[in-house]
Design a binder for this molecule. Sequence first.
Ligand code: ZN
Length: 712
Amino acid sequence: MRDNLAEAVAVVANMVQSALCRVRWWAVVSAREKIQGSHLERLAVIYLRQSTPAQVRVNVRSTERQYALADEAERLGWEAERVVVIDGDLGISGRFSDTQAREGYKRLVARVCLGEVGAIFGLEVARLARSSAELQRLLEFCALTDTLVVDTDGIYDLQDFNDRLLLGLKAQMSEAELHIITARLQGAKRAAAERGELRFPLTVGYLYDEQGDWIIDPDEEVRAAIADLFCAFGQTGSAYGVVGAFTGRRFPKRVWGGAWGGELRWGALTHTRVVRILQNPCYAGAYVFGRYRSRRIVRPDGTITTKTVELPRSEWPVLIQDHHPGYVSWETYLANEQRLAKNNTRAGQRPPREGSALCQGIVRCGSCGQSMSVRYRSGSAHYDCSASRVNHLRTPACRSVKASVVDELVVSRLLQALAPEQIALALAAADEVQARRARSSRALELRVERARYDAARAERAFHQCDPDNRLVARSLETRWEQTLRELKDALAELAEHTTPAPEPSREQIEALARDLPKLWAAKTTSEKDRKRLLRAVIADVTITSQPAGSELQIGIRWRSGAAEQHPMPRPPSYNDTTRTPPETIELIAGLVAEHTNSEIAAELNAAGLRTGRGLPFNAHAVRHIRRTHRIPTMTSRDDRDLTVNQVAEHLGVSRDAIYYWVRHGQLNARRNDTNRLRIPFDPEVAQECRKRIANSSRICTQTQTPATRGAV
Ligand SMILES: [Zn+2]
């Protein structure tokens, strides 16, 4: 298909070439005639472009030729000050017709549309714009504004049909040509990749040998660092753990591009690098091509950008296993990948955390089926059905439970279940510790070796240097001294590491292993390790509560598939433990008739009673209890006595009159707890007041009642 197309393009290209030859004689004769005074009065714009910065850097001749077009414009009759060079687009790709990025091209089009341009100069007209559609539009504008187009083949007047046809053809040809070249290059690249022979910059830990085959880096320190990274991941199970294991230890990096291009640099290991290395299939001996693909995205504002995306493994175009020696097996690579995915909390995974709630991540709500989260309230952990609340699925039985109650049961069941396996577990743990120690001391030995080598090399360089050349000798001496200092540091660190630490013997470990509960409870065992062990045996824990009542059902599902259910009493909640005792409430109810809140509080304190939280009572606490327990206040003095408003309303006078009487001792009143006036208003008092109103000339009674006042 592709070859047929190539042939067709070749045939058309020949036709265009011959057509070009035939018109050229005519073009040469008539070219000069096309340039009119009206063109020369306007600008001659030289539009320069090259797609990539590399083209600009390497293909200097082309750039020079493009700039030389300015001289050509002057030769054709334009005055020097009317020649404008637009070179802002040098090194900017027009491939994705991202005109946003190509400001120069936009300026060119704008000036053409304004009718400022007499002629556009370019090395090859078809390359003015990368896409044929864009070029056609530019040519259309040229035709409308009577703008000439000049390239090395001739001068084109877009108002002339033949010229327009010719330029259109050339643009089409150029696009087809580009397509075919790209297709051929990509095809060759893909074929080389399918053979596993396509070369690209190798990741650290690998090198090309003389034949171009992949080999593991012969530098032992590099090899050890990468091998230890995979070991550390095996032990810690997380990329953050690996970074922690490499604290204070340097990690190699192969630099690409720039001043250090191709060299090995040493630096701190970062989380991103750990993840990249673990996910890179080449460390498992596989050759992969096309793991990433660039995709074009149209943004809402119409601009087009490209984004690199990683393809799923099933879509990788080339994957050759056992292509070169690997640091890990393909199976380990797949397992690591799975483990990383399990750590990804953003993807809904819940890896073990450092908190004290042991069932974190594996506990579910038996009522709604959602997984429960851990909340820490006043120092103790609770399993809480928060997911159901978020999703508005919360049922009355979705209740939070104190973590310690569930954990105690689960751990006791776990320790019972693990009893026969305890020694095997402990021995495996002991082997692990030894292997880890050996690995880390090996890294230190390698560092000493490297420092010794560097020192020897610096010494040799110093001795070989001409002693008269003081400047060089001095700097070489400084370097030698520095390498010696590094050697000393490395030796000291190794010595510190190899001195035998107080380590338990195998017998001691075996003795310890006989009692897994002790190991489990040991301070050195981290919560994370406990959770890992727990998850290795228990698949999940389900907590089922009743909407009310204090019974819990705790279900344990073992990895083996077995399941069990344990009924348990629900521990008293925080509210339960801080609730006021019923006797105190009764006492308050008895006192409210004749006492204010402050008086009740004083009575309770005098009787040696305390609030639910163990604090002395005050008026606020008493009011709260009365409100919560709805202790009626009908018989209290407050309710018998009237407020100023009520009295005023009753007598049909203004409040000011009442205040006046109270101020002048004509009416008895007292202040209550909240400092409000309360008036003991019995029929006698009312009679007296009415008499006073009747005798007064100043007080005018109000005929309107407060209820109707608002409606008027
Ligand atoms: Zn729930």
